[in-house]
Ligand binder design. Structure first.
Ligand SMILES: Nc1nc2c(ncn2[C@@H]2O[C@H](COP(=O)(O)OP(=O)(O)OP(=O)(O)O)[C@@H](O)[C@H]2O)c(=O)[nH]1
Ligand SMILES: [Mg+2]
Length: 296
């Protein structure tokens, strides 16, 4: 019997959700950075096996604030829970405190969906926390596995697939074309890869108030994709920071992003980036809509 369904990955920001999806799929589906609140919109990674199609849905981490962009992140997080058949609840060993884990467990339980607890980053020093997290999950009646996302994908799959086979709904056929590994189009992937490099090269509040808008994605010429993108910053003072002295920072962002886009496309990319001030866009519903930061 064939099974297929959606697995929502939930956790705090920085729990390792996107890293785990990429490791399972074996492709870069979702961007990863060392900073929290990297993932904004849900991203799907599809894994096909003979008897199973698993659609992993990466979600923003749980945030407490409910204003502007944070409100979108929270709504998107809840909406992924709602739209999933089963949930992976990721609890990471290096979390600043485990206080918010209780809230995550509460929301997961109230969804009434099957939940698998995944303790992540078990290669980290904070091993003593495993007992506390295990205890919390056990009291909530949530089964748990422990992972380190740098382990080989085969090992990761062996830990979670027996549970998935038991809990994903039966299905006559796959939900998506088994040739696909993500539902994202190349244009949104490019935009995310640029944003990833912004997180890499920028610090403090700058990357959090920044968005990438692709103006042109031109594939007319075989073997060359021309991309024109705008980096929207939240404050005037951020424009100069993103550009850097003599344009050096923007150049580095562009060059690294171009390489990762070329890797996915398998051919040359021309990437032209400009920085634009969209004052206080993180609180502006209409700009967020333009960026796709709305839950339907
Ligand atoms: N040591 C270690 N680091 C990890 C592991 N998994 C993820 N990380 C690191 O943790 C950081 C956050 O990983 P992400 O995958 O972006 O986390 P996320 O849960 O998607 O975060 P948001 O999108 O912000 O909610 C990155 O620096 C990863 O390299 C792991 O198993 N071990
Ligand atoms: Mg993420």
């Amino acid at each position: 019997m064939f099974h297929a369904g959606f697995v929502g990955l939930i956790g705090l920001p920085n729990a390792g959700k996107s890293t785990l999806i990429n490791a399972l799929i074996g492709e870069k589906v979702s961007i990863v950075t060392s900073k929290p609140q990297t993932t904004r919109q849900r991203v799907m990674g599809i894994l096909n096996d003979e008897d199973l199609q698993t659609v992993f849905v990466d979600a923003p981490g749980y945030v407490k604030a409910r204003v502007g962009l944070n409100r979108f992140l929270h709504d998107e997080y809840l909406s992924v829970i709602e739209d999933s058949d089963v949930l992976f609840l990721l609890l990471h060993l290096d979390a600043r405190s485990s206080e918010d884990f209780h809230e995550l467990v509460r929301v997961a339980q109230s969804s009434k969906k099957p939940v698998l607890g995944i303790i992540t980053k078990t290669d980290r020093r904070e091993q003593h926390r495993i007992c506390v997290i295990n205890d919390l999950l056990e009291k909530a009646g949530i089964p748990a596995v422990q992972v380190a996302a740098d382990k080989n994908p085969k090992e990761l799959k062996e830990k979670i697939f027996p549970w998935l086979r038991q809990h994903l709904p039966r299905s006559e056929q796959p939900l998506f074309d088994p040739e696909l590994y993500t539902t994202q189009n190349l244009k949104s992937m490019a935009s995310e890869f640029i944003r990833e490099q912004c997180f890499e090269f920028l610090h403090q509040e700058v990357p959090f108030g920044l968005a990438v808008h692709i103006i042109r994605f031109d594939e007319d010429q075989p073997g060359l994709t021309k991309i024109h993108g705008e980096i929207w910053v939240n404050r005037e003072s951020h424009q100069g920071i993103v550009i850097g002295r003599g344009g050096q920072v923007l150049k580095r962002i562009g060059s690294s992003a171009r390489k990762s886009i070329e890797e996915v496309l398998g051919h040359k990319v021309f990437l032209d980036l400009h920085v634009k001030v969209k004052k206080n866009w993180v609180r502006d519903e209409s700009v967020m809509k333009e960026l796709g930061y709305v839950v339907p």
